[in-house]
Structures are given as C-alpha cells and as structure tokens.
Write a protein that binds this ligand. Structure first.
Ligand SMILES: Cc1cc2nc3c(=O)[nH]c(=O)nc-3n(C[C@H](O)[C@H](O)[C@H](O)COP(=O)(O)OP(=O)(O)OC[C@H]3O[C@@H](n4cnc5c(N)ncnc54)[C@H](O)[C@@H]3O)c2cc1C
Length: 441
C-alpha cells in the first residue's frame, strides 16, 4: 500500500494534520511509537466508567477556539462543548469568585477601591494593544513600572496563569497574554470542555483518518530517509522501509534528532529545537465513591499556582453515576519534575491542599492517579520562543519535510499551539501540492 503522506506521531499535532489532509484527499499513514494514540492529550477509561484525561484538559474560547474551528471548517463536524460554571479561587484559606468581566473586577473583594481604580484603566489599555507588538516583551517587564500593589500583581498573575498555565508567568510573553485576553473577550468565555472528554475528540479524528488512510500504533519511526536534500521515506523499528516523498514530523522538536540526521541541518536549527523550554507539572486525578461538591467551575489556587475541576460535574459521562471525578494540576519547573523525590513531596503537599479545600474528599476516595509530568506544554510561551521563534512548519532545508505540534510555529497559548500548528501544516502542504498540480480530491 502506498501513501501520499506519512505522519510520524499520533499526538494532537499529528492527528489533526492527518485528519485535515485525509479529508483533502491525501492518502495518509500515521505511525505512532506507543500502543495508544493522543500523546500528551491521551484520554482513557482509567477505571471502569471513568474517562480520564492526562491532567486537566480544557478547550480555550469555546466554539471560537482552534479545535472547534478545525472540526467545523476543515472537517465539517460540529463539536459539542460544555461550559464551566463560575470559577473559584482558594486564597489563604478563603474562597473567592474569579472575576471574568468588568463587572466582576468592579466588585471583587480581591481588590481595594484604590487598586480597582488602577486596574480597570490598565485592563482597558491592555486589550487595546496589538499582540504582535508585545510578543517579545515579558509580562514582568510590561507591568514593572505600572504596578506597585501586591494584590493587583497577584490578580494579574492569576488571570495570566489561568490562560497560560506555566510555572513562571513573569517570563511569559505579554503579546500572547494580550492575544489570549482578546480572544476570551471576543468568545465571551475562557475554558470549555469537550462532551465525552478528549477521548471523543480522538475517536472523531481516527474515524476521518481511517476513511482515507491508516493509523498504526506500536510502530516507532526509527529513521527518516533523506537523499539529495529530499525526503524519501521512513524506516520502522523492525527495519521495514516505507517510501514516501511527503513526511510530517509530529514529535516534539527537542526529540526530532532521534529520527533525523543532524548532519543534514544547520547548527542554529538544531540548537533552536533542542533548547526549547517545556513546562512541567504534577497532577492528581481522584475517583470518589460519591459526589462531595457541586462546583462546576474551574478551581484555582494562587500559591502555589494550581488549577482543577470536578470534571464529572461538567460532563457526567466521565464518571459512573453517583460517583465523582476530580482532577488537579500544578505547573512546576522542569528541574523539579526531573527529580522524582522532590516531585513526590510536592504531590503530597498538593493532596494536603486539596483536602484542606474539600475536607469531605478524604474519606470518599475510591482511587487516585498521581502523575509527574515532565512535559506539559512542549514550548512554554516565554519570550524567545513565541510563534516564529519556534521551528517553522516547513523545512527550509529538506524538500517534502514538514513539522507539526506544540513546539513548532503556530499562534495560540500552550495547548492551542499543537492544533494551530497542525492546521498551518496541513494548509501549507495542500497549498504546496496544489501548486505542483498533484491532484487532490
Ligand atoms: C497535564 C497536561 C495538561 C494540559 N492541559 C491542556 C489543556 O487544558 N488544554 C489544551 O489545549 N492543552 C493542554 N495540554 C497541552 C496539550 O496536551 C499538548 O500541547 C498537546 O497534546 C501536544 O501535542 P503534540 O502532538 O504536539 O505532541 P505529543 O502529544 O507529545 O505527541 C507526539 C507523539 O509522537 C509520538 N512519537 C514520539 N516519537 C516517535 C517516533 N519515533 N515514532 C512514532 N511516534 C513517535 C509520541 O508517542 C506521541 O504520541 C496539556 C498537557 C498536559 C501534559
């Protein structure tokens, strides 16, 4: 069987690229190293009746978000999204509503009247700025002259961290934050959840790809074959060769030289790929014998910055009836994630914090899934690694070689980068191959 395109990696980047291309008539083969698809967004039935994502996974900006947009515009499918309720902040032992609009900011007890008078004009100023002009300005540098109050700074960090989910918000790109805030305002919402969990998203992608191609799990790509600066195909782990002159690498940029020969690429490109900084995290999923909370919104803590939700309150299909699924995530520096002893200590502290917030939870635990996550977002939205500072979608060196995933170019915050780069990648390929007048159905 011959294919028009081979996609290496079945994470979001690979599967969205493959689905768009398959829909456009490209015979598509997806090769995945592991026994399951989904990569870092995998979603499984972890225990009978529990559909559990890999850490808290939501979709930004409702139907205006990149994933629903791809489904609607490229794949012709309307994705059903579920709204979260009002978000809550747990701060120094007290609960607060998280303000999400001007009305909320006008009344939140998180600010004094004096701080409020400073915050509102500042917020109005920010959302009028052009994101592109501030991509390489850090959040810290932008605000350093403008904010003196700790409470104001904490609120800005909370808003920024809610959108960007990083262990060090001060290094994040102000331009990406501006873009994110504008999108929340335009969409009228921040986060939503896909009905049926992320498992449902992947099932739809598998269906589309299978109609014009195949996904093969347990099939690691060992090597990409390159000759005379053109791709020729791939070699699998069992030394099978599959020839193809169009290859999409959808594995994180830091790892691509495990399958690409460094000798074919300039040192600057190799270093850009290898030096990208990911975010890391710890996560705890908990199955509960019976419901202990009616909260339907996101639950945030400001110190240490963490985020969670009772997922089954938003989508009851993610837990058995009369039981409950809770998930909580804390971004941590990569150096801590790489030190299991330290990460385990943080996990224990996180569980203590959760039981402090929800004392009833402790005696209702049915199962727990603690996770140390070495790579959360492949390249955090820090200055120096925004959009086109990341590797480009199309190789400028090797003909027929393209890249997709959250470490490559593509607009958006954190989790939006993989699907937005996938869309960019698929559209670039379609445009390139149309120019060559290769028939596309
Ligand atoms: C805990 C956590 C929470 C998150 N929260 C959110 C969220 O709320 N919203 C959101 O939108 N995003 C979120 N994200 C981010 C999102 O999950 C990632 O950005 C996205 O999954 C990255 O997809 P990718 O395809 O770029 O990479 P990956 O998911 O890493 O996919 C790469 C794939 O390539 C495979 N592979 C590697 N080497 C080979 C090889 N040699 N041959 C074949 N296959 C290979 C891997 O096994 C993997 O399946 C979160 C991530 C984590 C970890």
């Amino acid at each position: 069987m011959s294919y028009d395109v081979i996609v290496c990696g079945a994470g979001e980047g690979g599967l969205f690229t493959a689905a768009i291309l398959a829909k456009k008539g490209f015979k598509t083969l997806v090769l995945e190293k592991k026994s399951h698809i989904g990569g870092r967004a995998m979603s499984i039935e972890y225990k009978p009746g529990y559909i559990v994502d890999y850490g808290i996974h939501s979709i930004r900006y409702g139907k205006k978000g990149i994933i629903p947009t791809i489904f609607r515009k490229d794949l012709g499918i309307k994705l059903k999204l579920l709204d979260y309720g009002k978000g809550k902040l747990y701060r120094k032992g007290e609960w607060y509503e998280i303000p999400t609009d001007i009305n909320g900011f006008m009344t939140t007890p998180l600010l004094t009247d004096e701080e409020r008078d400073k915050f509102i004009p500042l917020f109005m100023e920010i959302i009028r700025l052009k994101a592109e002009d501030f991509l390489e300005v850090s959040v810290k540098d932008y605000f350093k002259e403008k904010i003196q109050s700790d409470a104001l700074w904490d609120l800005i960090k909370l808003i920024a961290a809610g959108l960007m989910v990083t262990p060090d918000i001060e290094r994040a790109s102000m331009g990406e934050l501006i873009d994110g805030l504008k999108q929340v305002i335009s969409a009228g919402k921040g986060a939503t959840y896909p009905q049926g969990g992320w498992k449902g998203i992947f099932e739809k992608l598998i269906h589309i790809i299978s109609e014009n191609g195949a996904i093969k799990t347990n099939n690691p790509v060992k090597k990409v074959l390159i000759s005379n600066k053109k791709v020729e195909g791939v070699v699998l782990d069992n030394d099978t060769k599959i020839l193809c002159d169009l290859i999409v690498i959808a594995i994180p940029a830091q790892k691509i030289f495990s399958i690409l020969p460094e000798s074919e690429f300039p040192q600057s490109f190799i270093m850009t790929c290898k030096n990208l900084i990911p975010s890391s995290g710890i996560s705890l999923d908990i199955g509960l014998h019976e419901p202990i909370s009616n909260e339907t919104g996101l639950i945030a803590v400001d110190t240490p910055m963490s985020l969670g939700a009772f997922t089954s309150n938003i989508d009851p299909s993610t837990a058995p009836q009369n039981e409950q699924l809770f998930t909580f995530l804390q971004p941590i520096p990569k150096s801590v994630a790489d030190n299991p002893k330290q990460a385990k200590i943080l996990l224990t502290e996180m569980e203590k914090l959760i039981t402090q917030m929800f004392p009833a939870l402790k005696i209702k635990i049915k199962w727990k899934r603690p996770l140390i996550i070495p790579v959360m977002d492949g390249a955090v939205n820090y200055i120096g690694q925004t959009r086109d500072k990341r590797p480009k979608i199309k190789s400028e060196i090797i003909e027929g070689l393209y890249f997709s995933g959250d470490t490559y170019n593509g607009p958006g915050l954190g989790g939006d980068i993989a699907p937005s780069s996938a869309r960019l990648c698929a559209h670039t390929i379609v445009a390139d191959f149309s120019k060559k007048e290769i028939p596309i159905a």
